[in-house]
Structure formats: C-alpha cells, structure tokens
Design a protein around this ligand. Structure first.
Ligand SMILES: CC(C)(COP(=O)(O)OP(=O)(O)OC[C@H]1O[C@@H](n2cnc3c(N)ncnc32)[C@H](O)[C@@H]1OP(=O)(O)O)[C@@H](O)C(=O)NCCC(=O)NCCS
Length: 212
C-alpha cells in the first residue's frame, strides 16, 4: 500500500508554546489569557462585532469561557487564536485567528476583529500579514481562506490590503441577524509568487438595525 503523504503542517507545531509574534509599535500577537475576559466581554457588546457574527458573549462568564476555549484550542491543533495586544499594558486591541485548520493539506481560514477605539489604523491588516508570515514561512500552510459578508466593506479592505485574491461569491452562505448573506471568498496561496489581483465586488449595505 502507498504510504500517506506527510501532513504539510506538522502536529508537533502545536505541542510547542504558542508563539508571540511582534507587529511593531508595541503590539504583539500572543496567546489569550484568562485576565483578557473583561475586555473580550466589552468587545462583544460592539454592534459591528455582533453584526458580523465574529464574537458572541452575552455575559462575563461567557467571555471567560470563550477566552479559555481560544487558549485551549492551540494544543488541539484545530484552531489557533491570538490576542492582538499591547505588549506594555496588556490591553487588547483585537483578535486574529486561523480556524478550521486542516494540517494534512495545510488549509485554514483567517478570522479577525479589532476593538472600535483603534479601528482605521491598519491593525487588522498588520495582524493578518503577521499570521500569513507565520502560517506560510514557519508552519507550512498551503492556502488560507478569508470569507466575509459582501456587505462588510471594512473586512473586504483588510482582505485586499493583505493580497487575498477574490475568488468569487458563495451565495446565501452565512446566517446573520438580518438573514442570509452572500459571502466573498478570498484566498492566499503559499506558492512563492505574487498574489493574484482581482477587483473586490462590494455591494451596497442592507438597511441596518437600530444601533448599528
Ligand atoms: C474589519 C476590521 C477588522 C478592520 O480592522 P482595522 O484595524 O480597522 O482595519 P483598517 O485600519 O485597515 O481599516 C479597514 C477599513 O475600515 C474603514 N475604517 C477606517 N477607519 C475606521 C474607523 N475608525 N472605524 C471603522 N472603520 C474604519 C475603512 O474603510 C478602512 O479601509 P481604508 O483603510 O481603505 O480606508 C474592523 O473594522 C472590525 O473589527 N470590524 C468588526 C468585526 C468584523 O467585521 N470582523 C471581520 C469579520 S469577517
């Protein structure tokens, strides 16, 4: 019988300590800590973060459970969650993650949010670029997907700034509070070449709920 090909992302990767990845200007990607829970709870109350379904935590206890789960996920090798944090104060600026990791084929999906007070400073693109560097140059991933609602223009900007090529639209692919949204499918391939360039298709946003 032919031997199975070795996994592109070695399981040993996730037996080591989760790396701290510098972003510059005192920001780092680091593992989540229990003490981050109050800031995660505050972030979860932000209308934009709630709207795009990136984080659900209705109580401080839920936020604590969520932070614990993010921290534990590293050693399972299924998801890799980093806090975007100020290395001096420890304050949380956001989250960057690789979800649904498929180590054999070296696949994963990028996810992120940034707290409202520090949006518009390019923090999400820096965090995602740092994730790409770790995922491609150190961990051995082959392809990273990035999906967002077609109405989420800010997220589309992050994808474009990080050279994720737009591959198409998945129709009615994610249920949001106001119904099913079509989703942009972007991806970056670890082929050593320049990222394909495509013009992002961004549609007009639907009417918002109060508070959005
Ligand atoms: C999407 C998100 C992560 C972008 O993070 P960021 O660190 O602000 O990223 P950038 O600084 O590159 O800004 C991206 C775009 O947001 C918009 N923006 C600029 N200032 C902003 C502000 N103060 N508040 C909100 N959006 C702003 C601009 O369109 C900007 O694009 P531009 O630089 O071409 O003008 C952040 O807006 C967020 O957390 N949103 C809610 C959660 C979310 O949508 N997550 C992604 C789900 S797929």
């Amino acid at each position: 019988m032919p031997r199975a090909a070795p996994a592109l992302v070695a399981a040993e990767m996730f037996t080591r300590a989760q790396p701290v990845i510098p972003l510059g200007d005192g920001l780092v990607l680091r593992a989540w800590l229990r003490r981050d829970a109050p800031e995660v709870f505050a972030a979860a109350q932000d209308p934009a973060i709630r709207r795009w379904h990136t984080l659900g935590a209705d109580t401080e206890d839920e936020a604590e459970d969520r932070v614990d789960a993010w921290a534990r996920a590293w050693s399972s090798g299924t998801d890799a969650n980093w806090a975007i944090a100020d290395s001096h104060t420890g304050r949380i600026a956001g989250r960057a993650a690789l979800r649904s990791i498929h180590p054999v084929h070296g696949l994963a999906e990028v996810a992120y949010w940034v707290v409202p007070a520090v949006r518009g400073r390019g923090i999400a693109p820096r965090a995602v670029q740092a994730l790409i560097g770790w995922a491609f140059d150190i961990a051995g991933f082959h392809r990273l997907d990035l999906r967002h609602s077609v109405y989420n223009t800010q997220s589309c900007r992050v994808a474009t700034k990080c050279d994720f090529a737009l591959e198409g639209v998945n129709r009615s692919a994610w249920l949001h509070d106001d119904g099913w949204h079509d989703m942009h499918m972007h991806a970056r391939i670890n082929d050593g070449g320049p990222a394909a360039t495509t013009a992002p298709i961004v549609r007009a946003r639907p009417r918002h709920r109060a508070g959005d």
